[in-house]
Ligand binder design. Structure first.
Ligand code: 5RP
Length: 228
């Protein structure tokens, strides 16, 4: 199976977690896009969605799914989104699509975060994928200097402005042995809006698209990763 076929399989498999007459948290990226296609097939059974990006909002609306402002939603049962990397504790690197801040807000609101990934995203130690950080534009150089002190190699993502009007720095060469500590440390740098480490609020369930089928992993399960 191709990577996109695996993404499609997990995107559609997340449909079984959707409760009727509820609002669904919807993520961003190619895997989340498959989930939106699946959600559209049951759109008359749900109230609507909250969305983590302008791109997902556009697609949801095009398919006739009402999109709500987060400020108008009191409770959110599930949030379904992809990831760039996920470890056995279901901690993730996200933000490859630059939507990390809105993703983190919706993840925080949701009772259950369901991460949908293909098997290439599973790693034992986070950090092979460059860690995205959303930064206030005037703080870009200052934040980059602080990240070098943490041992990383920050690279400014050219020609990308986030939905919130900020820039992205991708940090290479980090070996993230303590994701919670690093998330807290980077979040405390002045000028950082959000770091794409989802460690304090990790996923509750991961659906992993493998050539043998979709595997469901719950936080606390132990699983082994054969290759990285
Ligand atoms: C966007 C994200 C995405 O979830 C992540 O980049 C994975 O994307 P894809 O499903 O296209 O592989 O965090 O900011």
């Amino acid at each position: 199976m191709t990577q996109d076929e695996l993404k499609k399989a997990v995107g559609w498999s997340a449909l079984k977690f959707v409760e009727p007459n509820t609002i669904i948290g919807v993520g961003t990226g190619s895997t989340a896009s498959h989930f939106i296609d699946a959600l559209a097939t049951i759109k008359h059974n749900i109230v609507g969605a909250v969305s983590s990006s302008e791109a997902s909002t556009r697609k949801l609306k095009q398919l006739g799914i009402p999109v709500f402002d987060c400020n108008d939603v009191d409770t959110l049962g599930i949030y379904v989104d992809g990831a760039d990397e996920i470890n056995p504790n279901l901690q993730m690197i996200k933000g490859g699509g630059a939507a990390l801040t809105r993703e983190k807000i919706i993840a925080a609101m949701a009772k259950t975060f369901i991460c949908i990934v293909d098997q290439t995203k599973m790693v034992n130690t986070l950090g092979h994928f460059p860690l995205p950080i959303e930064v206030i534009p005037m703080a870009r150089a200052y934040v980059a200097r602080q990240l070098i002190q943490l041992g990383g190699n920050p690279v400014y993502r050219q020609n990308v402005i986030t939905d919130n009007g900020n820039v992205i720095i991708d940090v290479h060469n980090l070996v993230i042995t303590n994701p919670i500590e690093l998330e807290n440390t980077i979040n405390s740098i002045a000028g950082v809006v959000t770091v794409g480490l989802f460690a304090n609020r990790c996923a509750d369930i991961a659906l992993v698209g493998m050539s043998s089928g979709v595997k469901q992993v719950t936080a606390g399960d132990s699983y082994t990763i054969k290759s990285e």
